[in-house]
Design a protein around this ligand. Structure first.
Ligand SMILES: [Zn+2]
Length: 252
């Protein structure tokens, strides 16, 4: 019998393993990502089965056997039930978990991403209807954690600009005003509203429990979701597509 470890963490993914088992990935603040076999996860009678459904915050006891972890026992601390009443919130959570799985690369990144993930999942679970701004806030804060911070200072040309938009440059990772010479320097950019820039600044500075506590008009939210998502996909060099499922649905 190998060693036993007790951990608290968030189950962020689960996949079938052999006939009756599952392999779950648990994000922990101390150990980063851990994979563990959940014996009998597909049997309805299994007391471990409910622990193999992400997202779930739980306390787990794992047996270490020849370099593999096996879930011995566990207890759910929070299963984010509020997510299940909204297709949009559940899809958003699934997108967030995919990004987290890709970006926790070491123990140093595990702690801040774990904390961000917990706040965002609680928020989504409680405020389904705010899923767009919660996802945008998650994406934007994650960029800071991963060292891809964007410079949100005003354009440094010193010229006045009375345009209601700024150029958000994906290649220069900073803002330019709408004067012709400045826009030319922005290279790969899109125009965003001033409200969007304000929201980006708010998210960068907000305490985690207030991360999505801002009001944004629909056109501001459109800008915001567009730039945070594209910025994330470009920096991580991956096209995250789960959120587009929501956009392809007919309005109810
Ligand atoms: Zn300028």
């Amino acid at each position: 019998m190998g060693a036993t470890i007790s951990i608290r963490g968030v189950v962020i993914s689960s996949r079938p393993h052999k006939d009756q088992d599952a392999i779950i990935t648990i994000l922990t603040p101390k150990h980063g990502l851990l994979k563990a076999v959940v014996p009998g996860a597909k049997k309805h009678s299994s007391r471990l089965a409910p622990l193999a459904t992400p997202p779930l915050l739980g306390d787990f006891v794992l047996n270490d056997s020849k370099g593999f972890y096996y879930l011995k026992e566990g207890e759910a601390v929070e299963s984010f039930k509020g997510l299940y009443s909204s297709f949009e919130a559940l899809t958003s959570a699934s997108h967030i978990l995919e990004v987290v799985q890709d970006t926790v690369v070491d123990q140093e990144s595990a702690q801040p991403i774990y904390t961000l993930l917990l706040y965002v999942l609680y928020d989504l679970s409680k405020h389904n209807e705010k899923y767009r701004q919660i996802v945008a806030a998650f994406e934007w804060r994650l960029m800071d954690i991963l060292g891809f911070a964007f410079d949100l200072n005003n354009c440094d040309c010193g010229k006045p600009s009375d345009m209601p938009t700024l150029a958000f440059s994906f290649s220069k990772c900073r803002l330019y005003c709408s004067n012709v010479g400045c826009v030319a320097k922005a290279q790969d950019y899109c125009f965003v509203s001033l409200g969007c820039v304000e929201a980006l600044r708010y998210i960068r500075d907000a305490q985690l429990e207030r991360l999505s506590a801002f009001h944004a008009a629909d056109y501001v939210l459109d800008d915001l979701c567009n730039v945070t998502h594209r910025y994330l996909c470009e920096r991580l060099e991956k096209n995250y597509e789960k959120m587009s499922i929501i956009d392809s649905l007919p309005p109810i």
